[in-house]
Write a protein that binds this ligand. Structure first.
Ligand SMILES: C[S@@+](CC[C@H](N)C(=O)[O-])C[C@H]1O[C@@H](n2cnc3c(N)ncnc32)[C@H](O)[C@@H]1O
Length: 201
């Protein structure tokens, strides 16, 4: 855990997610509360992901991935075969690509492993993105609109049985999903309630 924390600190040494989000939103012609920024805290994200018991070869998605902290942490902490971030804002997406390059150049050679899982970032609207191969989905959805959540729910219905959802601050109302846990965890902006679901059909 302390090694992973020091890797995350190294990777993000000069990346300021809040500033990047602010500058990207300033370029837009509209205000959208759904784009409000906030980040995971790596140590508590380990505890969060532990609750869904990630298995070897599973696929992780962060919907609205910001600078990519959750995606990198998921890959460092657990044996996912692929971790993917989808982020709409250009400056945040660019930062996640910069961090990924750093990770490949500075960290992977030091990890001394032949097995490096796939890490991918896309600049896209997650509502238009195909994440149907997901086993575990994280959505830091505190400021997402109800409409966004409704559209996400349609996409969640198409996931495989056994897929797990981790949703920050919001709930999912579907007969296809069982609520498996509710717990509180710290984030960059404060304490939030997380809802954990598993697809049962
Ligand atoms: C609260 S931040 C979470 C960042 C990251 N997941 C974390 O927890 O560290 C939510 C992110 O979702 C992004 N976002 C909001 N709506 C989006 C959409 N429709 N498609 C892609 N990204 C979106 C925002 O720009 C923001 O970076």
């Amino acid at each position: 855990m302390s090694i992973t924390k020091s890797i995350m600190d190294t990777l993000y040494r000069d990346i300021q997610g809040y500033d990047l989000s602010f500058s990207a939103r300033k370029k837009l012609q509209f205000h959208d509360k759904g784009l409000t920024y906030g980040e995971i805290v790596p140590e508590s994200f380990y505890k969060i992901l532990s609750q869904v018991n990630p298995q070897k070869d599973e696929v992780f998605y962060d919907l609205g991935s910001g600078t990519g902290k959750a995606v990198l942490a998921a890959s460092l902490f657990f044996p996912f075969s692929k971790t993917v971030g989808v982020e709409l804002l250009d400056d945040l997406y660019d930062a996640s690509q910069q961090v990924l390059q750093r990770y490949q150049k500075e960290i992977i050679p030091r990890l001394n492993t032949s097995n490096s899982p796939e890490i991918k970032f896309f600049q896209a609207d997650f509502l238009d993105f195909d994440f149907s191969d997901a086993d575990v989905i994280f959505a830091h959805a505190t400021c997402f609109h109800d409409g966004q959540l409704r559209e996400l729910l349609h996409k969640f219905e198409k996931l495989k049985k056994g897929a797990r959802l981790i949703i920050v601050s919001k709930e999912v109302d579907s007969h296809s999903y069982a609520l498996t846990n509710t717990s509180e965890h710290p984030f960059s902006w404060g304490q939030a309630t997380l809802h954990f679901y598993e697809k049962i059909v």
